[in-house]
Design a protein around this ligand. Structure first.
Ligand code: HEM
Ligand SMILES: [Cu+2]
Length: 547
């Protein structure tokens, strides 16, 4: 007898509500826009990763056997620019923030859905310009564009790259405005400020930096382009300009920008830690307020990148002091996560492994930041591999770990499907081990005096470089595995329930994947955030009545 059962009927959701490429390219649904960012950012990550592979292969031997110095300069510049401006800065806000923010506050969409789509197109245009510049001659200034080299010395595609970064800056600014207005105006009834999930607080703080910081880098980079093409004297001393001014303007954005990369990750970690230790976060208000403190203090410490560039000793001392101060709110978070874990009932699912990995690696990154913030120590370590190790611990060990954790944690919500937990665990552990093998030797290399941005080095540094390259290949495999099983899960993974982790938060109270309008009826919030005791009692009662 033929099978007369209808094919599995799927509830209407944001993924199947409309079909076709057009419906995606013209969508105003924040969830679809989040996915558009996910795909484009994954592409950028792969490109940036290939450049990293080139760098590590070249550094396998002390001589320049794989590429010449010009190509090497272009390679690490491409790596830095792609990873910072086109992957890490947008990453969690554009992918997870877009997808989750309205769901977490019980809203139908962001405040300005069309502006949200426009932000994606602006990002694409910026990325196309920057990639175009790299394909048609490349850039060799490093991602920091230090003058006078970038305005006078370099004969590469600096202007076009600068325009790419300038354009993509508008995407950040518009996303920031969209998020701020949404958080202020569109919270569900009962969702007071101190009931907001900490992820929302972290997006709030990040949006402030987006709005206050991005215009500064955009103008700075525009001035570099103007000086190059019109010979206006801004940074070039020969024209009456000041090259140190460039560094002030550049780091006035770029230090806060490191918090753009790390604050959203901290928000993610708070969510995951609470869920997998079934505990209310310790010191909710401190964790929430510390995000704002980091965002604001982050604007006062840029001079720690300029200890050796000729600023006055007094300025150096003040920046050194302030840099230590900004470590306090970061430490508050680490202590409070630890206190949350203490007496929690912990399950080590893949997202939790990423979150715990984040805490460990971010702590090492932050503590070594204190070494660098100590003026006298920095004089020895500046421009060595110690710097490279420090910021990779923060940005890759921290921000990227949390991004992957977030992707795994909310994957069932985003796609309505599950992935293989075993593969996810294996790759999370590979990433952690590979990461440490790659970057820990670089602390030692830097301490021993190996400078950054050189592709030939004395023989005695080779062993540690070989460790680092070996680690990078493990890390690469660790990233490749999730790419495969997540892509597979998108189509073939088993169906996920609305709340597979038994997590607290409004986003888990709507079906997976959510309907286009997010909630069939507007939710009303009556509880504090992360009320896991209460939630677990409810879940147990539901189990009981089923039995
Ligand atoms: C929280 C996240 C952090 C991130 C994402 C981060 C990122 C970075 C980056 C990208 C650089 C390299 C700049 C360059 O190209 O030369 C850097 C350098 C530096 N970081 Fe951090 N950092 C963080 C935390 C800290 C903390 C907490 C401190 C101090 C309290 C700190 C102190 C420094 C100093 C002093 C330098 C400059 C060293 C030099 O150029 O000689 N960082 N950091
Ligand atoms: Cu800094």
């Amino acid at each position: 007898m033929p099978d007369l059962m209808p094919p599995e009927v799927e509830e209407e959701n944001y993924l199947n509500a409309e079909y076709g490429v057009r419906s995606w390219l013209l969508t105003r649904d924040h969830k679809r826009i989040g996915l558009l960012y996910l795909f484009t950012l994954t592409g950028m990550f792969v490109l940036g990763g290939l450049a990293a592979l080139g760098i590590r292969l070249e550094l396998l031997t002390p001589v320049g056997d794989l590429m010449g110095d010009d190509s090497y300069n272009k390679m690490f510049t491409a790596h830095g620019i792609i990873m910072i401006f086109f992957f890490l800065v947008p990453s969690i806000p554009a992918v997870m923030g877009n997808f989750l923010l309205p769901l977490m506050i019980g809203a139908k969409d962001l405040a300005f859905p069309r502006l949200n789509l426009a932000s994606w197109y602006i990002y694409l245009l910026g990325a196309a310009l920057a990639l175009g510049a790299m394909l048609t001659g490349g850039v060799d200034t490093g991602w920091t564009f230090y003058t006078p080299y970038s305005t006078e010395g370099s004969n590469t595609n600096v202007t076009m790259t600068a325009m790419g970064i300038f354009v993509s800056g508008f995407s950040s600014i518009l996303t920031g405005i969209n998020f701020l207005v949404t958080i202020h105006r569109m919270r569900a009834p009962g969702l007071t400020w101190f009931r907001l999930p900490l992820f929302v607080w972290s997006q709030y703080a990040t949006s402030i930096i987006f709005i206050l910081g991005t215009p500064v880098i955009a103008i700075t980079i525009l001035l570099v382009a103007a000086e190059r093409s019109l010979d206006i004297g801004i940074f070039d001393p020969a024209l009456g300009g000041d090259p140190i001014l460039f560094q002030h303007l550049f780091w006035f954005y770029s230090h806060p920008a490191v918090y753009i990369m790390i604050l959203p990750s901290m928000g993610v970690v708070s969510e995951i830690i609470c869920c997998f230790s079934r505990n209310r976060i310790f010191g909710y208000k401190f964790v929430a307020i510390s995000s704002l403190a980091i965002a604001l203090l982050g604007f006062l410490v840029w001079g720690h990148h300029m200890f050796v560039s000729g600023q006055s000793t007094n300025a150096g001392l003040i920046f050194s002091f302030l840099s230590f101060a900004v470590a306090i709110p970061s430490a508050v978070k680490v202590f409070n996560w630890t206190a949350t874990l203490y007496r929690g009932s912990i399950t080590l699912k893949a997202p939790m492994i990423y979150a715990l990995g984040f805490i460990g690696l971010f702590t090492i990154g932050g503590l070594t930041g204190l070494f660098l913030a100590a003026l006298a120590v920095d004089v020895h370590l500046t421009d060595t591999y110690f710097i490279v190790a420090h910021f990779h611990y923060i940005m890759v060990g921290g921000a990227l770990m949390a991004y992957l954790g977030a992707l795994h944690f909310w994957w069932p919500k985003i796609t309505g499907r599950l992935y293989s937990e075993a593969l996810a665990k294996v790759s999370a552990i590979l990433v952690f081990l590979g990461f440490n093998l790659t970057f820990f030797p670089q602390f030692i290399l830097g301490y021993l005096g190996m400078p950054r941005r050189y592709h030939v080095y004395p023989d005695e540094f080779q062993v540690l470089n070989v460790f680092s390259t070996a680690g990078a290949s493990i890390l690469g495999v660790g990233y490749l595995i999730p790419l495969c099983y997540l892509a597979y899960s998108m189509r073939y993974g088993p169906r996920a329930s609305a709340n597979p982790w038994g997590a607290a938060g409004l986003e888990w109270q709507t079906p997976s994947p959510p309907p286009t309008e997010n909630f069939h009826t507007t939710p009303v919030v009556t509880d504090e955030a992360y009320d896991y005791r209460h939630l677990d009692a409810e879940l147990a009662a539901a189990e009981e009545s089923k039995a």
